[in-house]
Write a protein that binds this ligand. Sequence first.
Ligand SMILES: *Cc1c(COP(=O)(O)O)cnc(C)c1O
Length: 402
Amino acid sequence: MHSMSALYGTYARSELAFERGEGMRLFSQDGTAYLDFHSGIAVNALGYNDPHLTAALHAAADKVWHTSNVFTIPEQERLGQRLVDATFADKVFFTNSGAEALECAIKTARHYFFAKGQPEKFEIIAFTGSFHGRTLGTIAAGGNASYTEGFGPVAPGFVHVPPGDLEAVKARITPHTCAILIEPVQGEGGVLALPADYMQGLRTLCDENDMLLILDEVQCGYGRTGRFFAYEWSDIEPDIMAIAKALGGGFPIGACLAKGDIAASMVPGTHGSTYGGNPLGTAVANAVLDRILAPGFLDHVNQMGQTLAWHMQQLMQSYPQFVTETRGRGLLAGIKITPPVRDFVARLRDDHQLLAIGAGDNVLRLLPPLIVTEAEIVEAMEKLAAAFEAIEAEAIAAPAVD
Ligand SMILES: *Cc1c(COP(=O)(O)O)cnc(C)c1O
């Protein structure tokens, strides 16, 4: 059936199609409700059909959708200033995606040293198991061979070390090193939350060796861990940070944030984007930010993160044969399971109407919209338990031959 589709075969697509959504739930064309712990991969932070977002989109639709960045875009100016006010950053560049935000981050770091008369400082230390996007630059930054193989020479200027080991980073620092690039919580790689003292160690290495700290908070940022940005948990500040996913609440938009002196060399001609930060996108993103920064919102996320962690622990105690580890921070949560995660995600979707997502290391990734309540967390756990029970029942009905 799918071979009949006109689309590239780059996804192992399910035939399931959604028609509408409300809060934490998506509804398929036949009206079946699905509990969403996927959020379109951490994008739909406010769930579906949020009245404030919908109103902002409708209002923006009656105005100018798009103008070039050679004109002033008031909604973009406002969004940029609000992001600066709420973070370490002094300057913002808007993009259409996470990968483009990373491209801007990498270019900013290299150009900063180039402009200082140190063009030899271009190499970036990145980490095994990381994910930074699918452009030619960001697959090189991620370093995952299954994403680079077959696409010609891998862009030079990246080296990779295992996350969590400061000595391994130290050993790779040379006069060519310009930056360290890391996800404070690895998402795709297997939901690995890096400890605060390790993040502080990276900051110190950057300070001692005239290098920049670039954070990829495309997935773990924007409230998902219970703080506005994950770096806040370790009491450090980056020099440059890439964000996207939840930024537009479903409208494709990303951004690169930087300190003022570091962004200063990015003058006219050095970088650009046709669509990045256009009036429609930034109007929606401003409405998302209204909600994320509203008093109490991040406290709610934080509480729900702790609630989810507690329930995952309970699940592990009840099903030690299926759950071997729980991971993550806040509402970027992972459960390392014994059944193959790809099949298990399909089973949850088809038999239990729960949407979740796989990650590396056979981890089941749970990314509910940030508006999730404890009742929905309990409901998701019941669905997971039911899926484990079903696997057990099938094993009894058809015992495995040793
Ligand atoms: C999704 C993601 C990206 C890439 O974002 P796109 O919008 O798909 O280009 C980069 N880094 C991280 C950590 C991500 O999760």
